[in-house]
Design a protein around this ligand. Sequence first.
Ligand code: SAM
Ligand code: GLN
Length: 320
Amino acid sequence: MSRPIAPDEGGPTRRLPGPSRREVIEGLAVELEAGGVHGARYEAERVLAHVLGLSRTDLLLHTNLVVGPEEAGRIAMVSRRRLSGVPLQHIEGTVAFRDLVLVCDGRALVPRPETEQLVQAVVDWADGTEASGGVRRVVRKDRTTQPPLEVALDIGTGSGAIALSLIQEGVVSRAVAVDVSSPALEQAAQSAAGLGLEEQIEFRKTGGSPWEAVGLEETFDLIVSNPPYVADALIPGLPAEVRDHDPREALAGGVDGLDVVRRIASGASSHVRAGGGLFLEVGADQGEKVRRLLEKDSCWKTVRVTADLAGRERFVVALA
Ligand code: SAM
Ligand code: GLN
């Protein structure tokens, strides 16, 4: 029979096989914070949850449990990747966007919260909660039985975030999603299949102009795009997470950032149905310029710029 071991002899508290989850989170948060990661504590929790294969909520229910050496090794590896600028969403392999969880592994841009607001602008317009040229559209609040609109065109679909949300939220019955990037289209198709929405979305690869992938006579109830809009010269100054881990073709918009916007503007009004609309996300200082560009096309009844939640005028809406 062995006698009880006193703590100072390497007793139960000393012989724990590793630190507690709480200690790991705290250590990791300090490391990430020192490496310039914003919201370091929250990210530390997510990193540990990811390594342990738990939801963050389940992780936080039992923070006294011990983290073993094998897991500690994996945490150190993930932490190094994160500190080198790899976005948390690439580490997790998924990203939350509105009601969806999408595949996210670097083949397409990590969708941003501002783009959730662009989708909200479309949803509000489709629901008729937005006035259009002084005339309110028919309000059809119940989107559960029949989507109010038939088809959307998403230009530069990337992860598929915009098109898949519009389908899943019942705004449109189907969407055509175009992109110049095959890897992005593959990633988006994987998300669509995972969500069971593959029958309602058609992916098309395009070349230099988005309109190459659209039939001459083909029209849509709405056209939506978050195009690349960063001026080329500003790319080197972007945060490492964006500059080194988002695809360059998702960011670079030419000398003034508006190359793709101009291409979209050159064809949009001939591919939008009467009563339809064009919804664009642009850079914080580009709203007015893009409004003036679209106003040159007399097919639009109204063109307006609206602000994001931070008050920056960056959504341009043109209604036909
Ligand atoms: N729609 C996604 C989102 O909002 O998160 C991705 C937007 S990302 C800023 C821009 C996307 O446009 C990228 O996927 C890029 O490959 C695509 N793209 C770039 N040039 C294009 C062009 N000329 N025609 C169509 N898509 C283009
Ligand atoms: N919003 C992105 C950024 O973080 C730019 C994406 C785009 O060009 N549409 O810079």
